[in-house]
Write a protein that binds this ligand. Structure first.
Ligand SMILES: O=C(O)Cn1ncc2ncnc(NCCc3cnc(NC(=O)Nc4cccc(Cl)c4)s3)c21
Length: 273
C-alpha cells in the first residue's frame, strides 16, 4: 500500500497492554503496533454510546481535523478503525500522562513551569489558528505530558474548522452585518480566554471564577470578577499577562503572538518548551 493513511488497521495489529485512563465514552489502553513495535495509546469508544450521544459527526470531524495536524505540542491521532461494536482511535502515547493529575499532586506550578507550559500552548494555538482550527476546550483535563515533560493538547472532540462555520452558517457572507461576521472571528479568541484561565489555574491551583453554584460561576465569568489571592505569591508580571487575556471584549484580548513576547513569558519560559 502507499502511505500509512490508506492502511486499514485491525485490532490484531496491536498487542494491547494496561489501561491508561477511563474516559466518558470508553477506555484508553497502552498498545504496541506489532510490525513496527511502535508504542501507541488506543482509545476504545463504544458505537452504541456514540450513537446515543449523537457525537458521531464530532468524532468524524476530530479525525478529519487531526489528520492534518503535526505539532510537537499537539497529540497525534495516527488513525482509527472500527469493528462491529467499537471505534478505536490510534493515538500518540503521552508517557507522563495527564497534566491535571500532576497539578493536583503539586497543588500549583512554579512560575517557570507555568510560563513554559503557557508558551508551548500559545505556539500550538498559533499553529491551530493558522489552520483555521479552534480547540474550544482547552483545560487541564485535555492536556497530556510527553516523555520529556512537554505539553500535548489532546482530545479534539470539540474542535471546529472556522471556515466550515463561516460557510455552513450563512452561505454567502455578503449580507451579514458586522457583528455576525465578527462573531465567527470571535471564535479564535475563545482559546485565548481559556489560555488565561489555564495560566491562572497553573499558578494558583484553582480556576479564577470557581464558585459553589454554576449560576455564581456564570455571573463571575460574565463580570470578569478576577481576584488574585495573596497566597501563593505570584509576580505582578504574571498577573499582568492574565489580566490581558481575561478581557470580556474578545477583540481586546492579548493576541497569541503578543503572549509569547510578554515579559513574564520571556523571563520565565524555558525556550525548549
Ligand atoms: O488521557 C488518559 O486517559 C490517559 N492517557 N495517558 C497517557 C495517554 N496518552 C495518550 N492518550 C491518552 N488518553 C487519550 C487522550 C485523547 C486524545 N484524543 C481523544 N479524542 C477523543 O476522545 N475523541 C472523542 C471521544 C468521544 C467522542 C468524541 Cl465526539 C470524540 S482522547 C493518555
Amino acid at each position: 500500500q502507499h502511505s500509512q493513511e490508506e492502511k486499514r488497521w485491525v485490532l490484531s495489529d496491536f498487542d494491547v497492554g494496561k489501561a491508561l485512563g477511563r474516559g466518558k465514552f470508553g477506555h484508553v489502553y497502552l498498545a504496541r503496533e506489532k510490525r513496527s513495535n511502535q508504542i501507541v495509546a488506543l482509545k476504545v469508544l463504544f458505537k452504541n454510546q456514540l450513537k446515543q450521544s449523537q457525537v458521531e459527526h464530532q468524532l468524524r470531524r476530530e479525525v478529519e481535523i487531526q489528520s492534518h495536524l503535526r505539532h510537537p505540542n499537539i497529540l497525534r491521532l495516527y488513525g482509527y478503525f472500527y469493528d462491529q461494536t467499537r471505534v478505536y482511535l490510534i493515538l500518540e502515547h503521552a508517557a507522563k500522562g495527564e497534566l491535571y493529575k500532576e497539578l493536583q499532586r503539586c497543588k500549583h506550578f512554579s512560575e517557570r513551569r507555568s510560563a513554559t507550559y503557557i508558551a508551548s500552548l500559545a505556539r500550538a494555538l498559533i499553529y491551530l489558528h493558522g489552520k483555521h482550527v479552534i480547540h474550544r476546550d482547552i483545560k487541564p483535563e485535555n492536556l497530556l505530558v510527553g516523555a520529556q515533560g512537554e505539553l500535548k493538547i489532546a482530545d479534539f472532540g470539540w474542535s471546529v474548522h472556522t471556515f466550515n462555520r463561516r460557510r455552513t452558517m450563512c452561505g454567502t457572507l455578503d449580507y451579514l452585518p458586522p457583528e455576525m461576521v465578527e462573531k465567527t472571528e470571535h471564535d479564535y479568541h475563545v482559546d485565548i480566554w481559556s489560555l488565561g484561565i489555564l495560566c491562572y489555574e497553573f499558578l494558583y491551583g484553582l480556576p479564577p471564577f470557581e464558585a459553589k453554584e454554576h449560576s455564581e460561576t456564570y455571573r463571575r465569568i460574565v463580570k470578569v470578577d478576577l481576584k488574585f489571592p495573596s497566597k501563593p505569591f505570584v509576580s505582578p508580571a504574571a498577573k499582568d499577562l492574565i489580566s490581558q487575556m481575561l478581557v470580556k471584549n474578545s477583540a481586546h484580548r492579548l493576541p497569541l503572538h503578543k503572549v509569547l513576547e510578554h515579559p513574564w513569558i520571556v523571563q520565565n519560559a524555558d525556550p525548549s518548551g
